[in-house]
Ligand binder design. Structure first.
Ligand SMILES: Nc1ncnc2c1ncn2[C@@H]1O[C@H](COP(=O)(O)OP(=O)(O)OP(=O)(O)O)[C@@H](O)[C@H]1O
Length: 872
């Protein structure tokens, strides 16, 4: 580890003989020119002093990896302490005495210097560890979640009209392995379901006659569906539901015939609103199928609906009153309607699907789910008691009782418990086979029991079976055609390496659709804004014109500082004198200027869902996180899904699970996931249904042990060097000299930093993102705490990843380089607010909640939160 790799703050130091400063760190009195000169001199001295402090300070060791139970709280305390230290130290000491150590320096300087730190990108970085060679996990030509050719939908008993609609309108012709196994069971024809559905059904040339095939006494099974990401789980449960509703209209019925007035027949519960939206849209598409004449079947009465938090409850009530046949919803809102909406009729409910059941439990919805199940049971009993059986429709095609379907990626203990408690006469189905016993399913899928990473068609189903596992020996698999990479990047170079990686991806494939995962919503807002607008160079006049002298000085000094770095020298070894005169040859593609006309520069607008990028010309920028208004979330989701342009979606884990965003070519995990299951789900947004895709994980040098952890779980990203990423960008931009890739990286970093300096919005977003991401870092699960420990972060270096030139204490104090935001009053207010926020604490949630921590107030997105169960 390099000397300065410990917890050393990038604080400015003070000196005994410093000029007299105002409370804002500015020299008083004298001529304008003298003051300028004095400031410049002070800045240089502070910089030198700061350098000295850094060199003499000792690295702080990473906290010992013991006493995990206490660690969560300890970690929270530490972050709060660190934030208080870097933000509030100034209260303790206002003396200008010579600092004894870095901490003291911090305390002394806060509230005084408001200086810029422009450090070189390529110096003082920790060593990048060399990693063991990893056999690429994507060397197989066969994809593990591809559609199987040996069967057809009619072969597994699906309604003929549905089959032709799937083929002609949706271009879906062959079922996936999980569909082959689960659809017959859900259609109610489990006798036909066999370990290898394809063998059993042959080529499926004969249409399946439900009336003939379903025996009156055939037992109905609840179903547990477990399958790899992107294997078509939504259609696996929706097709049988619609199939049976359709059949019910064509067969003799006792009681009322199925109609909209009979209320809700199927409820699909999802952990996120976006997933509910997706299920709703798929159901909408399916119910609009044309029905062959004289078949007696009717589809027009089926009405899909959606109730999710964030929508107006009154309009939801109205929809429920009219009748919603297939309802997609999130748990909190469903419980609310079950308890309070009298017109919500579930008397005829025949299916309850818990999609992403493991995620629902992770989010703490266990109690809500238990209440929902109890209420549904209670309402079913009441119906028979009060109205008698006549109120029910009893078409033979319909299940005689409510069928519960659980979809989950894993068979962890909490999911097993839920399955045991809620499933009646269950079948456990994966892509390989059907089990009667949950323990047997888990046992057979343990590492060593099944093969992993298939090399041929026959093994394909075994691969997916490996996903079924228990807590002790968790093992995961990803689509075998997915290319997984990891790039180890020192903190200072993170931002520019991300830009390079994105540029390289667009160069390789100009219409790439990329998702960038970040740990918190503030980082999402910042990256979205920065990479949309940061390629526009601000006009020097904006600053010249500014009444505040400091701004002018900063703008000039900034480039002096840059020029102090040998890295930033131009081709001939000369330095530019003034950023305003930097040659356009050094500017990135598409760099433009905004000047007097839009002096204030761009701002972040709430109602904006897409931005053109100035950093990646031609590309569209999107963002998605839980703090956005529901309407914007829905619009963004739909716009990014439909986009055929080069596009980037910046998001938290709100988009990690279940979302089917078509044709995503690349996943970048810029902030590492909160646990391995999240890794699996994030990368699962690409390489869907046999398509190619790549996933790149960014790690700090101190986090490289994470790769070993991933390998232990069967996930094997190969090592990609940061240097190769930066060199490739430089080369493809026509930079010929082998040594100049560092200059190019420096240019890009400087451009983004300049933008943050002069743009009020960018500066605010950068600081907020910086602080929030440190807090989010502290929410990694305790099992991974030895890898992701907040004490191993170099706060000063990290600031550069947010294009910040302030020291950490300036950021935490709310001090900015946006001169107008620096009035004494505002400083005081901001400081107070910050201290209050730190005291009040950010709510640290554990493990998988990192994403929800990051998306802000969880109850706003997922409905009321319930207590996490103790045995989770
Ligand atoms: N048999 C099929 N043939 C072709 N496309 C299909 C088939 N089944 C589903 N699809 C399509 O595949 C995409 C992914 O399906 P879906 O979202 O249901 O996957 P999933 O298994 O739920 O993934 P995840 O676990 O990531 O949520 C959808 O666009 C869907 O229309």
């Amino acid at each position: 580890m390099a000397d300065d790799d410990g917890l050393i703050f990038n604080f400015a130091t003070t000196r005994l003989d410093a000029p007299v400063l105002t409370t804002h760190g500015r020299p008083k009195g004298g001529k304008w020119k003298d003051r300028m000169e004095s400031r410049r001199k002070l800045k240089t001295e502070v910089w030198q002093s700061q350098k000295k402090t850094r060199e003499t300070a000792k690295p702080t060791s990473v906290a010992a990896n013991s006493g995990r139970d206490r660690e969560d709280k300890q970690q929270e305390k530490e972050v709060q302490k660190l934030l208080t230290e870097i933000g509030g130290g100034g209260n303790k000491a206002k003396t200008t005495a010579k600092p004894a150590n870095a901490k003291q320096t911090n305390a002394q300087l806060s509230g005084q210097a408001n200086k810029q730190v422009v450090s070189s990108l390529f110096t003082k970085n920790p060593e990048i560890p060399s990693l063991p060679e990893v056999a690429a996990s994507h060397e197989h030509n066969v994809s593990s979640n591809a559609v199987i050719d040996t069967s057809s939908f009619s072969g597994i008993g699906l309604d003929t009209d549905m089959v032709s609609y799937l083929e002609t309108k949706m271009e879906i012709t062959k079922p996936t392995a999980i569909q082959q196994n689960a659809i017959p069971v859900l259609i109610g024809h489990s006798a036909l379901a066999a370990p290898r559905a394809a063998d059993t059904y042959g080529n499926g040339s004969d249409a399946f006659d439900v009336e003939k095939e379903i025996r009156a006494d055939a037992p109905e099974h609840d179903v547990f569906i477990q399958a790899a990401t992107g294997s078509g789980k939504t259609l696996t449960y929706l097709l049988p539901i619609i199939h049976r509703l359709l059949q019910a209209t064509a067969t003799a019925v006792s009681g009322a015939p199925p109609s909209r007035e009979l209320g809700t027949f199927a409820i699909v519960l999802t952990p996120t609103r976006e997933l509910a939206q997706q299920v709703y849209e798929t159901a909408q598409t399916l119910v609009h199928m044309p029905i062959s004449k004289d078949s007696g079947k009717k589809s027009h009465w089926m009405v899909p609906g959606i109730v999710i938090g964030g929508d107006k409850k009154q309009s939801e009530k109205g929809r429920l009153r009219k009748g919603v046949t297939i309802l997609a919803c999130t748990p909190g809102r469903l419980l609310d309607h079950l308890e309070n909406t009298k017109s919500f009729m579930v008397d005829n409910l025949r299916w309850l699907v818990l999609d992403e059941a493991d995620r629902l439990l992770e989010l703490g919805f266990e109690e809500t789910l238990t209440k929902i199940l109890a209420l549904l049971d209670e309402k079913a009993k009441q119906r028979v008691r009060v109205l008698g059986r006549r109120s029910m429709t009893t078409a033979p095609a319909l299940p005689k009782r409510r069928i519960n379907v659980l979809c989950s990626a894993t068979l962890r203990d909490n999911v097993k418990k839920l399955a045991n408690e809620s499933l009646v006469n269950p079948k456990y189905i994966n892509a390989k086979r059907i089990y009667d016993d949950v323990e047997q399913a888990a046992e057979e899928a343990r590492p060593g029991k099944g093969k992993r990473q298939s090399t041929n068609d026959d093994d394909m189903e075994t691969v997916a079976a490996d996903n079924i596992d228990d807590d002790d020996e968790e093992n995961f698999s990803v689509p075998s055609q997915l290319v997984q990479k990891a790039v180890i990047v020192p903190a200072k170079l993170r931002l520019v390496t991300l830009v390079a990686q994105l540029k390289n991806t667009f160069r390789k494939q100009p219409t790439s659709k990329i998702i960038v995962f970040l740990s918190c919503k503030d980082s999402v807002d910042f990256m979205y804004f920065l990479l949309a607008h940061g390629g526009y160079e601000p006009e020097a006049e904006v600053e010249t014109d500014a009444t505040d002298e400091l701004a002018l000085e900063l703008f000039k000094n900034m480039d002096d500082s840059i020029n102090n770095n040998s890295d930033d020298d131009d081709e001939d070894g000369n330095s530019d004198e003034d950023s305003g005169t930097k040659s356009s040859a050094t500017k990135p593609d598409g760099a433009r200027r905004y000047g007097k006309a839009d002096k204030s520069g761009p701002t972040l607008k709430e109602d904006e869902i897409v931005l053109d990028s100035s950093v990646f010309p031609g590309a569209k920028m999107y963002r998605l996180h839980g703090s956005m208004q529901q309407k914007r979330r829905t619009e963004t989701f739909s716009a990014f899904s439909k986009s055929r342009h080069a596009s980037i979606l910046f998001t938290t884990d709100v988009a990690a699970r279940g979302l089917d965003l078509p044709n995503v070519t690349s996943i970048i995990q810029f902030d590492p996931p909160s646990d391995v299951a999240s890794y699996l789900h994030r990368v699962g947004r690409t390489a869907r249904l046999g398509r190619v895709g790549e996933a790149i994980l960014f790690l700090l040098p101190s986090e490289s042990a994470y790769l070993t952890l991933l390998q232990e779980k069967g996930l094997r990203p190969t090592d990609e060097s940061m240097e190769s990423v930066l060199k490739l960008m430089a080369k493809s931009e026509g930079i010929r000299k082998a040594t100049e890739w560092q200059l190019r990286a420096g240019d890009i970093q400087a451009m983004l930093e300049r933008f943050v300096v002069v743009n009020v919005t960018a500066s605010g977003l950068a600081k907020q993102a910086y602080l929030s991401s440190i807090r989010a870092y502290a929410t990694h699960i305790s099992a991974e705490r030895h890898i992701f420990h907040v004490r191993s972060l170099h706060f000063g270096h990290l600031a550069k990843a947010f294009a910040l030139r302030e020291t950490p204490n300036q950021v935490a104090m709310g001090k900015g380089n946006n001169t107008k935001a620096d009035g004494a009053k505002k400083d005081k207010k901001e400081k107070k607010e910050k201290e209050l926020a730190i005291k009040k604490k950010p709510t640290f949630k554990r493990g998988n909640d990192i994403s929800e921590f990051s998306v802000g107030d969880i109850s706003a997105y997922y409905g009321p939160r319930v207590k996490r169960s103790k045995d989770e």
